[in-house]
Design a protein around this ligand. Sequence first.
Ligand code: G1P
Length: 297
Amino acid sequence: MKNKVTKAIFPVAGLGTRFLPATKSIPKEILTLVDRPLIQYAIDEARAAGIKEFIFVTSRGKSALEDYFDDAPELETALRKKNKDELLQELKSTNMESGAIAYVRQNKPLGLGHAVWCARRLVHNEPFAVILTDDVIAAEKPCLQQMMEAYDETGGNIVAAMEVPREKTSSYGVLDCESEDGATVKVKGMVEKPAPEDAPSNLAVIGRYILTPKIMQNLNKLKSGAGGEIQLTDAIAQEISDGNPVYGYRFRGQRYDCGTKAGFLQATVAFGLQRPDLKDEFSDYLTDLMSMRQAAE
Ligand code: G1P
């Protein structure tokens, strides 16, 4: 049995410029898919995987995110008075126990590796997970839980992996694979955002990681990499050079890139169609919309 993973880092310091003007006054992690903010999906996934301590790497302008996890006594009283029990339960499920959540600031936007490094003192000498809230994954068994089960067998470092079209490799960390065993891929190299002609494969890293504390030491020494930023991919690749195991895990599930507008819209439609209270009305609307479009063509 490996050392249990109970801490997760959520790098949420990004400016979210792709979603301006909305992100002028709200953090992008609060943008909602149907009626839940992106961050809630990430927290639910972490909880399902056994995470007990939630570490947020924030920045200026993210206070709405911090408030989101507090108790909301006025709202609770109002809902109780109106006997809205279901909503009350829903609301309470978003509260975080004091001490379960910690915030550290990333005061300069120096990259994902730097954001993770900012949490080094909270991680101490334990393995930890990293969840990127932009990557929303719909899955029967939550992605991080699938990875925890794989980690129980392998230990080491594991990153979620998915095949992407070759022309898209420059948007991802890309794996150089040594061997495969079911869903688990032994990795012999990793490159951040390679051009398609330089990519070692089309197996891309998706934003879920289980990492050894050694990654923090690697980040200590790291110079900036792709895009002039300190890259988490480079700190993980360093482990491979040092002879320590790194695996890719081909998760089962559908990933939505909610860091882009198109991906966000796709996720909204998919999640809307999943909801028992919305799916009939919404799917009728989409069917009508498609037939109107076809008629107009
Ligand atoms: C980050 C990582 C990259 C990974 C991607 C997954 O990139 O640096 O390795 O493939 O997330 O979404 P970003 O999307 O923040 O540029």
